[in-house]
Ligand binder design. Structure first.
Ligand code: NDP
Length: 274
């Protein structure tokens, strides 16, 4: 029987995960079925249990259910426990639900391997303190940057994250106004502002000719954040398409035991989105 997987979210219609996983399967000569699963808020667990009852083997979890998926897991990996968020569920024959989080590995592989930018020793700035940051902070700190600064509109959320990950490395929280006259080697926009054609309130001067400006959101052209970084002569610009494909590749490896090739799929997806 063909193994079944899906991405579950609300909304979910925009998801590129079926395209990515089907391309991984094709390249590996494997037969899988990967679909989109919509769940009403409040009915996540019910939809997941129905999928398991139909023989589903695994789910990718997107907004707003990563916390629900964490609570529903019967076992968590260390990185999912640290993030308190799960984006990959695996259902075993004996009824266990394994929760993992591959977002952090996704962004680290994209930056370090694909873009060839080491994080070790760097001054890192993360804009935003939502679910995505919770997922990526542990793996970024594991790369041993000199420091990670989290800036967020709602300061208390950044402070809470910095406190939560204090044992993982040098991490601090600030408001946007505190970024004046500071600059960073790596600036990651992990706010959702690009989705509204907007950018976070960063003061001028945070980018230098050595800075990689990375927007977790991917888009056809440059996002407003990346346009601003370009206007301030940031050394390198990247959007989150590579992260999207890398986090999917890690989910595929967890489910299928084989690491898929990502570069070709990222290029194909870039063309599909153009
Ligand atoms: P959340 O909704 O949990 O967090 C949103 C964040 O954006 C908060 O920090 C919020 O600040 C901030 N924000 C929103 N509007 C503004 C504004 N006008 N000015 C300043 N800050 C603002 O979202 P997630 O953390 O889950 O996701 C963040 C982004 O990352 C999304 O756009 C998502 O698409 C993308 N993403 C990409 C992935 C990929 O694979 N490429 C994977 C995961 C996420 P506040 O706390 O003050 O409200």
């Amino acid at each position: 029987m063909t193994d079944r997987y899906a991405v579950i979210g609300n909304p979910v219609s925009h998801s590129q995960s079926p395209f990515i996983h089907n391309e991984f399967a094709k390249a590996n000569g494997e037969d899988i079925r990967y679909e989109k699963l919509f769940a009403e808020v409040g009915r996540f667990e019910e939809v997941v249990r129905a999928f398991i009852a139909q023989g589903g083997k695994g789910l990718n979890v997107t907004l707003p259910f990563k916390g629900n998926a964490c609570r529903m897991s019967t076992e968590l990996t260390d990185r999912a426990r640290a993030a308190e968020a799960v984006n990959t569920l695996t259902f075993t024959e004996d009824g266990r639900i394994l929760g993992d989080n591959t977002d952090g590995v996704g962004i680290v592989r994209d930056i370090v391997d694909n873009l060839d930018v080491p994080i070790v020793g760097k001054q890192v700035l993360i804009l935003g303190a939502g679910g995505a940051v919770r997922g990526v902070l542990g793996p970024i700190l594991a790369e041993k940057p000199a420091s990670v600064t989290i800036a967020n509109r709602t300061l208390i959320k950044a402070e809470s994250l910095a406190h939560h990950f204090a044992d993982h490395g040098s991490v601090s929280a600030v408001g946007y106004e505190d970024l004046r006259d500071k600059h960073f080697d790596l600036v990651i926009n992990a706010t959702s502002t690009s989705l509204n054609n907007d950018l976070p309130p960063i003061p001028p001067g945070i980018f230098t000719a050595r800075t990689l400006a990375y927007d977790m959101v991917y888009s056809k052209g440059l996002t407003p954040f990346l346009k601003r970084a370009q206007a301030e002569n940031a050394g390198m610009l990247a959007d989150g398409l590579g992260m999207l494909v890398e986090q999917a590749a890690e989910s595929y490896r967890i489910w299928r035991g084989r690491q898929p090739e990502t570069r070709k799929v990222t290029n194909m997806l870039r063309e599909v989105l153009a």
